[in-house]
Design a protein around this ligand. Sequence first.
Ligand SMILES: [Ca+2]
Ligand SMILES: [Ca+2]
Ligand SMILES: [Ca+2]
Ligand SMILES: [Ca+2]
Length: 310
Amino acid sequence: MEGNHTSLSIQSYTCTDADGGTTSLSVSPAPPFAINSNGDVTFSGIIDYEEATVLSATVTCTDSSVAGADSPLSTTGTISISVLPVNFHDPVITSPLAFNVSEGSSVGDVIATITAYDPDMRGSITYQTSSHSSLATLNANTGQLALASTLDRETTSEYDFEITVSDNDDIQGLTPKTTSATVTLIVTDINDHSPSCDVTLQTVTILANTYNQSLSLFNASCTDSDIGVNAVLRYTVDQSTLPTEGTFYLNESTGSFSMNGTISKSSTGSIVAISVSDLGTNPVSNPVLIQLIFNVFTGNEPRFEPNYLN
Ligand SMILES: [Ca+2]
Ligand SMILES: [Ca+2]
Ligand SMILES: [Ca+2]
Ligand SMILES: [Ca+2]
């Protein structure tokens, strides 16, 4: 059986001489073989099935020479040892256990490759999973995971695949060994959403003939379903749509729209065009319109009496 052995018993030999003299035993190659005075042959060292499936040794029995008489005579015998393989090791997964994949990937794209090897260096590695079979298919021989349907990070941003790797080490009746691991697919964002705003047309009334300082007029409330720069919003105003009187200010990060100054009674209203866009690749802008109406205080508007305010 393959493995690293110390004094593994092989066989015992006896050596006799019909002439009645003393005999001696030796074995070759030594090491790794050895033979003791009792004729017990042992093996010490590594037996590797991949290196040799049969081990051989020669045992020699030599009689004693008598001074002035014949030279010693010897007889040899051959030992042949069949090596039995052992499936020592589980297969080892060498690829990362997490892969990034863009939600823009196409059906058929290889989105991950699982790799593994067997320290026993024998059977071929195969890969299996029963996870998310409608999303991706795993090639049993190559470990390549190919996309079978499209991804949407905004719906599902992560998938876990339970992967089983087998060493297929079934030579001479050995039981294959398997290793299992969870491989995570992390779906990365593409800029596939444009900003969405609660209100796309807002009417704001400004009192004419009244000085205003940092008068907050409107705050566009927009969001973007993507993440990162794909969801960072910037607001810009079309300067040509601003009233000619007063000073208007749009915070490009928050969408807060305010004014300073006075609008005269004679000024006509206007529709201010604000556009909101993300900072991602190929951004799509969405418009927000603010209809400004300039009213003159008539003195007849309903209002709280100061006494009731507290
Ligand atoms: Ca193995
Ligand atoms: Ca998407
Ligand atoms: Ca996206
Ligand atoms: Ca976006």
